[in-house]
Design a protein around this ligand. Structure first.
Ligand SMILES: [Zn+2]
Length: 605
């Protein structure tokens, strides 16, 4: 799909002409300065945090909230209860949490909290800290929040913790008291039930004091690497390390910060031409030495593919870190488990997916809890496209698996709409089939509706307008409308906000001398423009395009013959072709299978 790369100059023009698209948009801002003292024996740390929080909203804030994620990792927590009551809970988090020794429970204690030097009241409600401000924070004003805290690191139950399955000592995601986001829909102080994230944009300045044998991998740029060594730079011969090393990382323009540390990390550095420096951290253990080397060129290729097709990776470094459980995306890095990935090919899918997340949701920072499909779905779509190219698979529909997963979930009759909150899907499989699969189909099907080139132009416009912000579904579909010139709100609404299904049928073929009438029928509620192929007995075929009337136009035809548009309210559509019925071998709706038509059998006659 390198053909999409040349679109950039065109989009620059686009950006200027739509510079007013976000009139009235605002977002909060926070700058973090944190320093922690790690006790590697006790798997605990004490920390000091200073936040400068700026209220860019038009509202006066009386309260603020923080996430305290590690309080979820103990028996009786909301996470444990939600997991216990979840259907088909393969991870079985509840069982794991209930069987933890108390030593392995997570805990975050707030020791003191001051606003502009004045002690303020705060209440810990499990994974959320509720804070009443001493002085209300007026629109346009900033306030400083100073906190002392103590954290006990849990065993790895979900994404973060101590001694993961590869034996990585510290997998530190969601590890600090993290300010909740406030936007034009109010506060988002979600209790942590194991799923998605939403954070405040800002700058992080983080110092980690840890025993000198540990190599630290983190979001951001390591300061004075020559005083640290550990693969970041040649160690200054003048430097003699004491018991601990003080690692200071600066991460500008992010909404989260993560780190991992282990005394056995190998640290490889791979600079990308005109791109960031990639860092790879993995355990110095036999099964990984080969696979974690062999997949590095692919990781470079994935990052480059996303840079070329969505928007240029804006930071100077990216790290792939063996840590956590499974794979999870963070600021300028990802945590990926090594276990079971002794063959490098088994690392490719997860790596492509997690690196793609840098764009969706990290840079295009949707509220993942409310719009999980814009995060997981868009990521799944583009990671399949990257794999298709990197591995030379040449699949016409690279995300074919997403269609299959969606179809099989629809068949259960249990589907919930994509507007469902990520934590509150009734079924775990429903969350996956919806957010990942139906969300991925959202994009490929949009490519069918507006044309694939227009889809990639849309992604670039979306990136140019909405990176480093918090876009919402309508912000995306407006980009698609402006690129294509078509009206598309029907698509967002019916695909993402309902569980309407798509089924079109070739109803009948009626010969009338040298002409033939073809009758189509819309069997279900979901509207869709129709590509229809008429295959002739001389081996040729003709493709027709039937737009929806409510699109007010059609996609670039690419050789297809344009027919009258089809009004959604009409269940039948009849058109005439200049071929005798005897010369027609077959009539096929959507011959390339880009639409999520739930009954393919009636697509042909
Ligand atoms: Zn994902």
């Amino acid at each position: 799909m390198k053909k999409h790369v040349f679109l950039f100059p065109f989009l620059l023009i686009f950006c200027f002409s739509f510079a007013t698209a976000q009139n009235g948009y605002w977002q909060q801002h926070v700058d973090y300065t944190m320093s922690i003292e790690v006790d590697v024996e006790a798997f605990a740390y004490s920390g000091e945090q200073s936040l400068i929080y700026t209220n860019n909203s038009p509202d006066t804030l009386q309260r603020v909230f923080y996430h305290l994620y590690y309080n979820a990792f103990k028996p009786g927590s909301g996470l444990e209860a939600a997991s216990r009551n979840a259907y088909s809970d393969k991870r079985n988090m509840s069982k794991n949490l209930l069987s933890l020794d108390e030593d392995d429970w997570g805990d975050v204690k707030i020791l003191s909290l001051k606003q502009d030097g004045v002690l303020i009241a705060h209440t810990t409600k499990e994974t959320v800290l509720e804070v009443a401000l001493a002085t209300p924070l007026l629109p346009g004003k900033s306030t400083t929040l100073d906190m002392s805290f103590f954290v006990k690191v849990p065993a790895v139950v979900r994404r973060a913790g101590k001694n993961n399955s590869d034996g990585v000592a510290f997998s530190m995601a969601q590890w600090y008291p993290k300010l909740c986001e406030y936007d034009d829909q109010g506060w988002h102080a979600n209790p942590y039930l194991g799923r998605e994230f939403y954070g405040v944009w800002g700058d992080f300045d983080v110092t980690i004091n840890i025993d000198k044998d540990y190599t630290v991998a983190a979001s951001g740029y390591l300061q004075s690497p020559e005083k640290i060594g550990h693969g970041y730079a040649d160690l200054d011969p003048e430097v003699v390390h004491g018991e601990k090393i003080s690692w200071r990382f600066i991460a500008p323009d992010v909404h989260d910060f993560s780190w991992a540390a282990d005394p056995e990390y190998i640290h490889d550095v791979v600079p990308i031409k005109d791109g960031p420096v990639m860092h790879f951290f993995y355990k110095n253990q036999a099964p990984y030495l080969k696979s974690w080397k062999e997949f590095q060129p692919y990781a470079v290729e994935f990052l480059t593919f996303f840079s070329d097709n969505i928007g240029k990776y804006p930071y100077k470094q990216y790290s792939v870190i063996m840590a956590g459980d499974g794979g999870m995306e963070y600021a300028m890095c990802t945590f990926i488990t090594g276990s079971g990935y002794s063959d490098y090919r088994r690392l490719l899918g997860v790596t492509s997916h997690e690196i793609a997340h840098t764009w969706f949701q990290f840079l295009l920072a949707t509220n993942e809890s409310k719009h999980a499909w814009m995060d997981e779905g868009f990521t799944s779509y583009i990671d399949d496209a990257a794999l298709n190219e990197a591995l030379g698979l040449n699949n016409v529909v690279p995300n074919k698996g997403a269609y299959e997963a969606y179809f099989s979930w629809v068949a259960t009759g249990l589907e919930e709409p994509l507007t469902t909150h990520a934590d509150r899907y009734k079924f775990r499989r429903g969350y996956g089939a919806s957010s990942y699969s139906k969300g991925s189909v959202f994009l490929s099907q949009l490519g069918y509706i507006i044309g694939e080139e227009n889809l990639y132009k849309t992604l670039r416009l979306y990136f140019n307008e909405w990176s480093f912000k918090h876009p919402r579904p309508y912000d995306f579909i407006r980009c698609a409308e402006r690129v294509s010139g078509l009206e598309l709100d029907w698509y967002l609404m019916d695909w993402a906000q309902t569980t309407k299904q798509l089924d079109y049928q070739v109803n009948s073929i009626v010969g009338e001398g040298e002409k033939t009438r073809i009758v189509l029928k819309r069997e279900k509620q979901m509207p869709m423009p129709i590509d229809i192929e008429v295959v002739l007995n001389d081996g040729t075929s003709v493709v027709y395009n039937i737009p929806l009337t409510m699109m007010r136009g059609h996609r670039p035809l690419a050789g297809a013959r344009l027919l009258e548009s089809w009004s959604w309210a009409q269940p039948y559509y009849i058109f005439e072709v200049d071929f005798a019925k005897e010369s027609i071998v077959e009539v096929i709706i959507d011959p390339l299978n880009f639409t999520a038509d739930i009954n393919k059998k009636n697509n042909r006659l």
